[in-house]
Design a protein around this ligand. Structure first.
Ligand SMILES: *Cc1c(COP(=O)(O)O)cnc(C)c1O
Length: 396
C-alpha cells in the first residue's frame, strides 16, 4: 500500500504543533516591533527575551550571548566573517575540515580569494578529524578554527571538546585564536554545551528542530568581538541589524525548550528507528557500504553507498513510491557532482555517486521504516538490472 515517508529530516523538519501554537499570536494581536517604546513594542520585547533564554538554555549559554539571525547560514557567515574582520591584525589563516556544510566551506573558499589562507583538514575513512591534525595545522598567523559539531550528511561527531581545550591552551600562552563550531545538526539530538565544548562561537538553526525556516542564532561568548555584517539597525546589541522576526524567534525558543526537555527520549527513539533500518538493509540488500564512523555519530542519520547504481536514480525511484531521501550531490554547471563529504571519505566515484542519506525525525514511525524496507530492496534491484556493470558482475 502506498504511503508517504519523509526520511529527509536533516534537510528540514515539519513544525511541531506546540511551536505553531506558541508563535501564532505574534503574527496577529501581538505584532509589535521589539524596538518600540510603547505597549506593543514591550510585548514583543518580552517575547524576544523569553526566547533568548530558551535558546541560551539548550546550549548552556547566557541569554546575552545569543544573537538571532535568519538561520544557520547567516550564523556561519557572521561567525567567520565577523570574527576575521574584527581581528584582522592578528592573522589570516583559518583551519576547517573537508566536510563542512557549504555555509562554512564556501565562506572559506571566498576568503581564500581575498587574501586568507585556509587549511581543510582530512577526515579519513571514518569522517572524523584527528586532533593531532588540528594541532599540527596551527600556525603563527592562525586566528580561527571552524569545525562542525556533527556532520549533516553522515552524522559523524567531531572531537569539538578536544579542539576547545587545545584552543584554550594556545590562548593561555598568549595566542590570538578563536574556535567556531556549526552545531546546527547536533542540537536536539545530542547534548551541546558551550562550556564543555569551550567554543567561542556556535551556530544554530530553527528549522532542523521543528521550528520555521528563516531563523537561527549565533552564540557569541562574552568578550568575543565581531564585526557586524548586517548594518543599518541597532538590534541584537549592535551585532545584527534588522527588525527581529518575533513570531519566528518565539517559535525557535519554544522548539529549543521542547528539544531540551525531550533530548534523551528523542535520541533513543531515533536510534531505534535508525538501527532497525540498518539491520533491515543488512538482511535484504547486497553490495552496499555504510558511510562514516558507526559509533561516533548522530542517532538520526544513516548514510549508505549502494554499488552499481546512481544515487539520483534511486532517489527518484523512491520518491515515486512515496519515500523522500537525499543524496548530498550538487548540480554544478549542469553536471552532477558527487557529494564532497562522501569524496572526503576517500570513496571512489562509483560509491560516491551511489550514496543516499536517510535521516529520521520525530514524525517517523516503526511502520514507516518497515515500508521503506519493503520498497528499497526492490527499487535497488530494478535499477541494478538496468546497469551494464552489475549485469556483467553477476554473470561472472
Ligand atoms: C541546515 C544546515 C545549515 C544551514 O542552516 P539554514 O538555517 O538552512 O541556513 C548549516 N549547517 C548545517 C550543518 C546544516 O545542517
Amino acid at each position: 500500500m502506498f504511503r508517504r515517508v519523509y526520511l529527509d529530516n536533516s534537510a528540514t523538519t515539519p513544525i511541531d504543533g506546540e511551536v505553531v501554537e506558541a508563535m501564532m499570536p505574534y503574527f496577529t494581536e501581538k505584532f509589535g516591533n521589539a524596538s518600540s517604546i510603547h505597549f506593543f513594542g514591550q510585548e514583543a520585547r518580552s517575547a524576544l527575551d523569553r526566547a533568548r533564554h530558551q535558546v541560551a538554555e539548550i546550549i548552556n549559554a547566557r541569554p546575552n550571548e545569543i544573537v538571532f539571525t535568519s538561520g544557520g547560514t547567516e550564523a556561519n557567515n557572521l561567525a567567520i566573517r565577523g570574527l576575521l574582520e574584527a581581528n584582522e591584525k592578528y592573522g589570516k589563516h583559518i583551519i576547517t575540515s573537508a566536510i563542512e556544510h557549504s555555509a562554512v566551506r564556501e565562506v572559506c573558499q571566498d576568503l581564500e580569494k581575498r587574501g586568507y589562507a585556509v587549511t581543510y583538514l582530512p577526515v579519513y575513512t571514518d569522517g572524523i578529524v584527528k586532533i593531532e591534525d588540528v594541532r599540527n595545522a596551527i600556525r603563527a598567523d592562525t586566528i580561527l578554527i571552524s569545525i562542525m559539531t556533527a556532520n549533516n550528511e553522515i552524522g559523524t561527531i567531531q572531537p569539538v571538546e578536544e579542539i576547545g581545550k587545545l584552543v584554550r591552551r594556545f590562548r593561555e600562552d598568549g595566542k590570538k585564536i578563536w574556535f567556531h563550531t556549526d552545531a546546527v545538526q547536533a542540537v536536539g539530538k545530542i547534548k551541546v554545551d558551550v562550556e564543555e565544548i569551550g567554543c567561542d562561537l556556535l551556530s544554530l538553526s530553527a528549522h532542523k528542530i521543528y521550528a520555521p525556516k528563516g531563523v537561527g542564532a549565533l552564540y557569541v561568548r562574552r568578550g568575543v568581538r565581531l564585526h557586524k555584517q548586517n548594518i543599518g539597525g541597532h538590534q541584537e546589541r549592535e551585532r545584527r541589524g534588522g527588525t527581529e522576526s518575533v513570531p519566528h524567534i518565539v517559535a525557535f525558543g519554544k522548539a529549543c525548550e521542547l528539544a531540551k526537555n525531550n533530548l534523551a527520549e528523542t535520541a533513543a527513539r531515533l536510534k531505534n528507528l535508525r538501527d532497525r533500518f540498518e539491520q533491515g538493509i543488512g538482511e535484504n540488500i547486497s553490495d552496499f557500504e555504510p558511510n562514516g564512523n558507526r559509533e561516533n555519530r548522530l542517532p538520526s542519520i544513516s548514510n549508505v553507498s549502494f554499488r552499481f547504481i546512481e544515487g539520483e536514480g534511486l532517489l527518484i525511484n523512491l520518491d515515486l513510491q512515496g519515500v523522500a531521501v537525499s543524496t548530498g550531490s550538487a548540480c554544478s554547471s549542469g553536471s552532477l557532482e558527487p557529494s564532497p563529504v562522501i569524496r572526503a571519505l576517500g570513496k571512489n566515484d562509483e560509491l560516491a555517486r551511489g550514496a543516499i542519506r536517510f535521516s529520521f525525525g520525530a514524525n517517523n514511525t516503526p511502520e514507516d521504516v518497515e515500508y521503506v524496507l519493503e520498497v528499497l530492496p526492490r527499487a535497488i534491484e530494478n535499477l541494478r538490472r538496468l546497469s551494464p556493470i552489475y549485469t556483467k558482475q553477476t554473470a561472472k
